[in-house]
Design a protein around this ligand. Sequence first.
Ligand code: COA
Length: 338
Amino acid sequence: MPNHADRQFGIEIVGIGAHTPDKMLTNKDLEGMMDTSDEWIQQRTGIKQRYKADHEHGETVLYLAKGALEKTLANAKMDPSELDLVILATMSQEMTCPPTACRLTAMVGAGNAGAFDFSAACCGFVFAMNTAYGLMQTGPYKNVAVIGADTLTQSVEFNTHGRAAAILFGDAAAGVILKRTEDKTKGLIAQAMHSDGTRWDDLYIPKTKYDLNESDREGNDQLCVLHMNGAGVFRFAVGTFPHVIGQTLEAAGITADDVDHFVCHQSNQRILQAAKERFGLPDEKLHVNIDRFGNTVAASVPLVLNDLREAGRIERGQKVMFVGFGGGLTWGTSLWQI
Ligand code: COA
């Protein structure tokens, strides 16, 4: 394993929290909106329900992120004024300008802490963890919040035409507080970040008609909704997801047995199952909560971490690998000794 005694600082995860909207949509609810069935959805994806933010009544991505950050700070027993930096991983930014993270920082009372939005689709949280670690090693930041928040239900069509995507996504926010520590054993052990922009249109949300790919111009030309090549993304995920885990284990010089938790992006139960089989992982090492939340994009990975915390399964000294894959296409990992 790489020797981290020469690290500048140890970095510790001192707080974990999550926030979901009040309104929940079950598969049965979706049956009333489109031609689908609870059985089809559960068989193909493992999803039973998901949460949907009520934008009209102010339940925006900012509101969800605020709820998550406040709960994460409470879990860390940290005052918001102690934060130096707030990174908000999202592809549901409220406006192009200002960065949603700036309003978030002001709303929780984190004063003039640095704040920026971070866009890497479903890899947002994982890539942001790697970025936060680097900034904390080289910059003056002692306490950093990394929040993943998304409201993709705003970008899917709840009708039969949009059903392949509509059943998959849910809204949520979750995250962590990172803190510098004297204990240099704590922090990032290995990481990977990859992309394939030639496959940009496997998952994309066009703003104008000029953004549409050639085949979508021929009729499937809705703007501001998610266009998804479901089967293509499925094949990509089943292949790259186990591969990037293997690459990261090798870089760290450890095996899957040495990792306590694989905290993975929840996009489809069958994709997670493929990774479990590839590494012979027992259920307790790869926690699945897609049945309760659906795919919550940048919130998905920290939502799993929050489940583990609530169940009392996160302990000091454990090794935790965060794993993401999604639009871009992007895929990557962040392996921590916590
Ligand atoms: N309910 C009922 N039928 C549906 C449906 C739904 N919600 N969505 C699609 N179908 C239909 C299709 O229209 C198709 O019908 P046809 O054979 O008459 O044309 C049939 O079911 C099979 O569709 P297909 O797309 O081949 O299904 P699938 O087994 O690939 O499952 C996904 C579809 C979307 C669940 C699956 O491809 C998937 O999970 N892909 C990955 C998507 C993803 O993870 N995106 C986010 C990445 S971060």
